[in-house]
Design a protein around this ligand. Sequence first.
Ligand code: GUN
Ligand code: ZN
Length: 435
Amino acid sequence: MPDQTRSILRGRILSFHRRPDGPGDAGSHRYLEDGIVVVKGGRVTAVEDAGALQGFQGPGVSVEDHGDKLILPGFIDTHIHLPQTQVIASYGAQLMEWLQKYTFPSELRYADRAFAEAGARFFIDELLRNGTTTAVVYGSVHREAIEAFFEESERRGTLMHAGKTMMDRNAPEGLLDTAESGYRDTTAVIKAWHRRGRQRVVVTPRFAITSTPAQLEASGALKRENPDCLLQTHMSENLKEIETARALYPERAGYLDIYDYYGLLGPKTLLGHCIHLREDEIARMHATGSVAVFCPTSNLFIGSGLFDHDGLERGPAPVRIALATDVGGGTSYSMLQSAAEAYKIMQLRGQKLSALQAFDQMTRANAEAIGEATEIGRIEPGLAADLIVLDAHATPAMAHRMEAVRGDLEEELFVLMTMGDDRAVAATYVAGRRV
Ligand code: GUN
Ligand code: ZN
């Protein structure tokens, strides 16, 4: 049960309410130089200048003063793999080889329930240490492993979206389900866990290469029967992947058309990567409201390519974008590091990611992308008190760099995203409780 006593966090408060147009867009956010967040029952009940503090104090009310540190909404990671915590930093392969050589062998270990439980504990610990309070998670193919994850998340009180990955071909025997069993297990997990407290189930066909037409058909049925659930899959990450997917579905007009044909696109659909899209695919992403998930550290590490952020966001058919780590293709659990690498990829394409836009993306915009805008992603009365405290002076190098920053919020945010990682996360609150 959420704590019913009132508690107060004091510090510098930052929360976005719309997409920043670019640097200096002060209308995109609310910033309190010395503010308080009042929390009760796991939710924010007020956000005020610290001058109002006295009015909220009383017997049993705790005040945690974070001084000149920044209080923000918890980060949201929109694409991460639970069974890949020991795949990170696997040498020398691009996607298709990387899956076979490192990823599938590691995911096989999640057949063991005790291993899966320990993995879930480590995974959530690591997310929270990095200031990520909500994630959209790919499990392994094993139903018990994703149930262990939901049990652990429920114990922590975290809002998580997660799915049992479905694969019925082109993977080792121990990682395969069938179109029928994938459908049945996913349905059972949805019945047991979808919207049980803060847990949400995601329909998760891994990608076209590891699903037969029958399994994508079943995924379409799952989506239709459970319109409140997100659906996640991978799309146009790597050129060889695209070639293989097209060869497996020769009757389809292109990679995206495979998912389109089986009814998998829409505003609740998250498509990981979307690096090598054709114009007609961008138009179709736009028309269906599907979300392209940008996974910068992964795209660089597996050598997949440079995501065309502005081409998607500002083109004639704008596509919704989310940001994610994609651990273990991704190399860091930190959304700050993901923003740093996003900035560098955009530099290579002659595009700019402002600090305001990056912080909006990691919080409000990612919440919007996963359909949770009225629950998380902002610090507003009524929303969940999933909060983090960031310290731009966390390391000697950051503190030294900050000596040259004189009260400029955007510059501070840019230092945080460029140099920061888990060390810059001074505190994490889940539903008002410090963890
Ligand atoms: N495509 C299919 N599966 C995966 C995965 O686990 N990671 C990445 N990065 N791409 C994928
Ligand atoms: Zn992925």
